[in-house]
Ligand binder design. Structure first.
Ligand code: DX5
Ligand code: ZN
Length: 232
């Protein structure tokens, strides 16, 4: 396949009282990006962080900041998030009636534009924007909370969107978010993902490096051992 796998730990599952320390731990553990979940209590039933946290994180890490905007009217905050230092700003198709304009205005700020969709939103909603996007994010849980179970039908959607990206020769990276674990990473990567977001899979254990390595390898260490044994 030869595709580069990127792992983006989601700080939603980190210890917010020790955020800088958590970020330097995942950075040292081999994270490629840092995923920041912005929730507005309106589009999704939870409240999290805004531009001040992006700004604070920008000062303590060199990792690309991958900001996922789960909010109504993201257009009103593009400038603030861009100035705070976001590298990627990802908006939901469900919140953007003028998606093309939103994507262009993110890019005009020198930020990479991501487009995402909820589990029940069909992949076809991406067809007119895929060539303009720098990132397509497939939500594999209903957004709002960490620690939910991966929705199995997401695999088919990932493969479908991989096909769309390749067919249209879009340069967009394909990211998957929600319920990503070492034991399903293999299938998600095989379906065509480039970037895996992982919150609880990274932050719920003590060994962040082991979790990131297992995700990148596409399987849990035990599964790998079994597979190697089976080939002997
Ligand atoms: C869910 C968020 C995710 C979340 C993933 O609404 O967008 O980024 O943090 O958490 P896990 O990996 O625990 O499902
Ligand atoms: Zn997210």
């Amino acid at each position: 396949m030869g595709r580069t796998v990127r792992i983006a730990p989601s700080i939603l599952s980190a210890d917010f009282a020790r955020l800088a320390e958590e970020v330097s731990r995942v950075e040292a553990a081999g994270a490629d990006w840092l995923h920041i979940d912005v929730m507005d209590g309106h589009f999704v039933p939870n409240l999290t962080v805004g531009p001040p946290i992006v700004d604070a994180l920008r000062k303590v890490t060199t990792l690309p900041l991958d900001v996922h905007l789960m909010m109504t009217n993201p257009d009103a905050f593009i400038v603030e998030f861009a100035e705070a230092g976001a590298d990627y700003l990802t908006v939901h198709v469900e919140t953007c009636p003028h998606l093309h304009r939103t994507v262009q205005s993110i890019k005009e700020r020198g930020v990479k534009a991501g487009v995402t969709l909820n589990p029940a939103t069909p992949a076809v909603t991406l067809s007119e924007i895929v060539r303009d996007a720098d990132l397509i994010l497939i939500m594999s849980v209903n957004p709002g909370f960490g620690g939910q179970k991966f929705i199995p039908s997401s695999l088919q959607k990932i493969a479908e969107v991989r096909g769309l990206i390749d067919r249209t020769r879009s340069h967009a990276l394909l990211e998957v978010d929600g319920g990503v674990k070492p034991d399903n990473a293999d299938a998600i990567l095989a379906a065509g993902a480039d970037v895996l977001v992982a919150g609880s899979a990274v932050f719920s254990g003590d060994d962040y490096a082991a979790a990131i390595t297992a995700l990148r390898a596409g399987h849990a260490p035990a599964a790998r051992t079994a597979r190697i044994a089976a080939t002997r």
